[in-house]
Design a protein around this ligand. Structure first.
Ligand code: ATP
Length: 237
């Protein structure tokens, strides 16, 4: 497999504060990789760094091309990297379908009708709610909408920040099942940031464990899942 995203020596800064201290990680084409770690470990910052939303040093290469110094708009539209931020960022006052349309705003073509149907194939509930104001959707539906909106970009890479945030376990499980399906059917490579390590590991091939701005551990998801330290600290058994 080929790395679709390759990151080397990544540092990230908020003002004078260095939040990432030189990370090496990669994402292979077509795979789901988990990025785990406690609050403040640097997971969100890692995704923001890839999208050019925070000042960085180091290498970030997408399909062989450096994206360092590029605008977020060009990283998203040219390199087809969809970022699903924590807190979802749906436009609450417009309808579900209008939110989906806004997800395609960087695309030049106008063939978005069929893309609505693609999204509704994965999320039939969004179709039922297509004309409903997004702010009135349930938490789970809003997360589905955020992912659906990202799909409207026809992304090659999806960066998902805590998709389970604030959701009931059963909804999270359903959502992760859909992510797996999207990964397989659309061949989208996914980097999934999660505190819910169990579920994230269950759908991932590999995982990285972040601790205070450094990568503390990496390996196949099943090895990480069976690591005693990880089990004690992150899996709770
Ligand atoms: P969480 O799950 O809580 O979002 P995280 O692993 O995603 O945690 P980050 O949000 O990436 O962690 O934070 C990494 C470090 O950067 C933390 O020490 C945090 O305090 C700091 N940080 C994050 N955002 C800012 C900011 N806007 N200004 C200053 N420091 C920040």
């Amino acid at each position: 497999m080929m790395a679709i995203l390759e990151v080397q020596g990544l540092k990230a800064y908020y003002g004078q504060i260095e939040a990432l201290h030189g990370l090496d990680f990669h994402l292979e084409e077509g795979e789901i990789t988990a990025m785990l770690g406690a609050n403040g470990a640097g997971k969100t910052t890692s995704l923001r760094a890839i999208c050019g939303m925070v000042r960085t040093q180091g290498k970030i290469v997408v399909e062989g091309e450096s994206v360092v110094g590029k605008s977020t708009e060009s990283i998203v539209s040219r390199h087809k990297i969809a970022h699903v931020p924590e807190g979802r960022g749906t436009f609450v006052r417009v309808s579900t379908e209008e939110n989906l349309r806004l997800g395609a705003f960087t695309r030049r073509d106008r063939e978005i009708e069929q893309d609505y149907e693609r999204v509704y194939h994965y999320f039939p509930r969004l179709k039922e709610r297509r004309n409903q104001q997004a702010g009135t959707l349930s938490g789970g539906e809003q997360q589905m909408l955020a992912i659906g909106r990202a799909l409207m970009l026809r992304p090659k890479i999806m960066l998902l920040d805590e998709p389970s945030f604030g959701l009931a376990p059963i909804i999270t499980e359903e959502l992760f099942g859909i992510l797996e399906k999207i990964n397989k059917e659309e061949n989208v490579s996914m980097l999934v940031v999660e505190q819910n390590a169990n579920l994230a590991l269950a759908i991932s091939r590999r995982a990285y464990l972040l601790e205070t701005g450094n990568i503390a551990m990496t390996g196949p998801a099943d090895e990480i899942m069976n690591d005693e330290q990880v089990r004690k600290s992150y899996l709770g058994y």
